[in-house]
Design a protein around this ligand. Structure first.
Ligand code: PLP
Length: 485
């Protein structure tokens, strides 16, 4: 006999819980529907932040109290990326159906790390669709991960072990000479992280200069490879960009594919958002050559607007994909029949074992909307970027700081003074005011040493009028700051 009645985390009354859940759904959908009417972003007030530092709760306050706290301390202070005028970094918007799919995912709460259940079959289907989207062969391997960073890590791990299969056992020291990889100076920091985490070291990543359009300089790349070989280095991989994070520049991927074949190097493409240009017949030529890569990393939570988090890595050679991640473990034994079959093992495709069923939302959303709709939304964002670039170009007080090949526009307020630190400072302040006044959330970056206000459009809610507003307010605030001089 237990001293206490047995407990669980299920509600005491399912009817009360259902009523609460229905109210919550209504409230959250109202919040989402009204997003355009609110400021894009506002800072979290000090008293709210202070309220978020409390001791570990001993006794629970109950469901209603915990939701009240969410309404007070969390809901009013979002990052802003669900808003039509959020264009900072590269953030996707999510969608109402996406949220519903997340609810289904949480209710199922399955561990999608394998097993005889629907989840791995759904994810296999999703991976097959991803290959079809990017023109990759059906026999290629792939896995869903948290995002582009882990996708790059998994691909470069496969590249490293394909270069020298002894490395997983014995470490990089076993390779006679330093394994070296190459990417343009415009490459995302997750590639640097991968070089660090995989024991290659930051210095094994050669940062190759980019040209005036922020694409990798192919002649400089060839010189770097030849130089490393002459010095006893062991080139093994080139990372090409399908859409750099700064400006959306696309490396000459066909030329990189040729070069990698010639030099016997693994060709990886970081296409976090830009790879999805392949969905559009009109944009596809921009990423030609990507389909010849050994591996591609891309996100579904960016330019396919799916809920965080979900990214994908595709790897042409199945055995190469599994090599870094296949580790025997008695407690993970797989059998011919029963709940743990031996034909599905996502744990041998990446660093994760227990995994969220990320494929469910992708599968449901692709079925609901169809790929043609996503292609139109991507084209819409590219057209909006061209529209914004046109507005900037026409305005005497603004200037573009980079070409606009895709969905990213980098510009600044010219001011009246010379180019230099003062103009950078003015534009830094301008960016902050655009954000703090709740107008829009672009982010900032440095291009050739100059500070740029950067608008990256992976947002299905943006409309042309949003860009008109941004330009009008940027000029107004630019004048305001100049006048304060
Ligand atoms: C966002 C991004 C990444 C990293 O992807 P996460 O999903 O944030 O991990 C890598 N490369 C590029 C070009 C990106 O834009």
């Amino acid at each position: 006999m237990a001293d206490h009645p047995e407990e669980s985390l299920d509600p005491a009354s399912w009817d009360d819980f259902r009523a609460h859940a229905h109210r919550t759904v209504d409230e959250l959908l109202d919040w989402l529907r009204g997003v355009r009417e609110r400021p894009v972003w506002q800072p979290v007030p000090e008293e709210v932040r202070a309220g978020l530092r409390r001791p570990l709760p001993e006794a629970g306050a109950g469901l209603a109290a915990s939701w009240d706290e969410f309404r007070r301390s969390v809901l009013p202070y979002p990052w802003g990326n669900v808003h039509p005028r959020f264009w900072g970094w590269v953030n996707g918007t999510g969608s109402p159906s996406g949220a519903l799919a997340e609810f289904a995912t949480a209710v199922l709460n399955t561990n999608a790390g394998g097993g005889h259940q629907a989840a791995p079959y759904v994810e296999e289907q999703v991976i097959d669709w991803c290959k079809a989207m990017l023109g990759f062969p059906p026999e290629a391997s792939g896995v869903l991960v948290t995002g582009g960073s882990v996708a790059n890590l998994v691909a470069i791990a496969a590249a490293r072990d394909a270069f020298d299969p002894r490395i997983s056992e014995e470490g990089v020291a076993v390779a006679a000479g330093t394994p070296v990889l190459y990417a343009s100076a415009q490459t995302h920091s997750s590639v640097d992280k991968a070089a660090r985490l995989l024991g290659l070291g930051q210095r094994a990543l050669r940062s190759v200069p980019a040209d005036a359009e922020f694409r990798i300089d192919l002649a400089a790349l060839e010189r770097a490879i030849a130089g490393d070989r002459a010095a006893g280095g062991r080139p093994f991989c080139v990372v090409g960009n399908a859409g750099t994070v700064n400006t959306g520049a696309i490396d000459d991927l066909a030329a990189l594919a040729d070069l990698c074949r010639r030099e016997g190097l693994w060709f990886h493409v970081d296409g976090a958002f830009g790879a999805l240009a392949a969905l559009s017949g009109r944009l596809r030529p921009l990423v030609a050559g990507m389909e010849r890569a050994d591996s591609i990393a891309f996100d579904l939570h960016k330019w396919l607007y799916m809920p965080y988090d979900v990214g994908c890595v595709l790897i042409r050679d199945r055995a190469a994909h599994q090599r870094p991640f296949t580790v025997p473990a008695s407690y993970l034994s797989r059998e011919a029949r029963g709940a743990a079959p031996n034909d599905h093992d996502p744990g041998s495709l990446g660093p994760e074992l227990s995994r969220e069923f990320r494929g469910l939302k992708v599968w449901m959303l692709l079925q609901e909307h169809g790929i043609a709709k996503y292609a139109r939304l991507i084209e819409q964002n590219v057209a909006q970027a061209a529209y914004l670039a046109g507005l900037v170009h026409q305005h005497a007080e603004l200037e573009l700081l980079a070409p606009v090949p895709l969905n990213i526009v980098c510009f600044r307020y010219r001011g009246t003074g010379p180019d230099g630190p003062a103009l950078d400072a003015l534009n830094r302040e301008l960016l902050i005011r655009i954000q703090e006044r709740g107008v829009a959330v672009p982010s900032g970056t440095l291009l050739n040493g100059r500070f740029a206000i950067r608008v990256a459009i992976a947002n299905h809610r943006s409309r042309r009028e949003d860009f008109d507003l941004l330009v009008a307010r940027a000029v107004e605030l630019g004048r305001e700051i100049s006048a304060e001089g």
